[in-house]
Design a protein around this ligand. Sequence first.
Ligand SMILES: Nc1ncnc2c1ncn2[C@@H]1O[C@H](COP(=O)(O)OP(=O)(O)O)[C@@H](O)[C@H]1O
Ligand SMILES: [Mg+2]
Length: 328
Amino acid sequence: MTASTDTSLMEVQDLSIHYRQRRSTARALNGIDLEWKPGEVLGLVGESGCGKSTLARTMLGLEDPTTGKVLLEGNEVSDRSTRSALRKRVQMIFQDPYQTLNPRQRVSEIVAEPLRVQKVDRKLHQERIERALGEVGLDPERFLSRYPHQLSGGQRQRVAIAAALVLEPEGLICDEPVSMLDASVRSQILTVLLNLQKSRGLALIFITHDLSLAWSLCDRIAVMYLGRIVETGPATSVIEKPKHPYTEALVTAAPVPVAGGGGRRELLKGELPDPSNVPSGCPFHPRCPQRFGPCDRVLPELVAAGDPGQSAACLLHGGPAEEAQNAG
Ligand SMILES: Nc1ncnc2c1ncn2[C@@H]1O[C@H](COP(=O)(O)OP(=O)(O)O)[C@@H](O)[C@H]1O
Ligand SMILES: [Mg+2]
């Protein structure tokens, strides 16, 4: 499952997205740095509202960064030619396939749509559509003429994945792709995605609040809190030996036992603060069971902590805290 090369498929550098509202500014993303390698399965985890979907939309060029950059193989997606390459090379699927599928289109039209929009030679359409449907486990003969309402939830998500595949992308961003599906269908859809990762070498971003899913599926995980990445590293390191108290709290509170977790909520008190009123210092400090002196004043940076490739933005592991303490 590890990435095949050192060059990144996409990169995000010091990315911020601030939404100006009437009386305040919602700081949805703040200084995000992230690398997504070819063929890599990257997990984005964190509570609802921490900025996962905003990050995904910005990576796809659907939102313009307030500051910072999004790169496709080193080229800024704000350039027109790169943005148009991005439309073919990276696709996205969403939580609710019923909302994303046009109810008036048949499966054949839904899956053909990206080919039509990108002006792919018509002679290739039939073959591409049938291949994509085959890869998601839908028999073209039975499904091509159906409408979304004639499909089950799992079949709808399969159609959405097929539509994402027809342009033969290198990357697929999956925003909570199974959270609305029945447990029995979930593992089937996950198997479809993982098989695609293997057979096509497809890079996946897997957005989920389900840590056990991220643990079993991902090569690497980035944990987000209030629009920041607070911990990142190999999936097993981050989940089994978390270095940020927030990750530790998430693991402990996970409903399914993951690496020592087991539905105990005591570590994660209170609600996620409003992004238009982010706490000073470390944004997690008001909820943190391990906070100490400078946490309400000093913003921790991501620093190496734990296993190779693992880092955490917590003053327990150094960063600007020592300077701040020395400074008085
Ligand atoms: N268009 C917008 N205008 C104002 N605030 C927004 C907008 N889009 C998202 N937000 C806010 O940004 C934060 C992150 O949202 P989102 O990326 O959807 O989080 P997640 O996907 O992790 O649940 C939330 O507080 C949300 O309310
Ligand atoms: Mg979301």
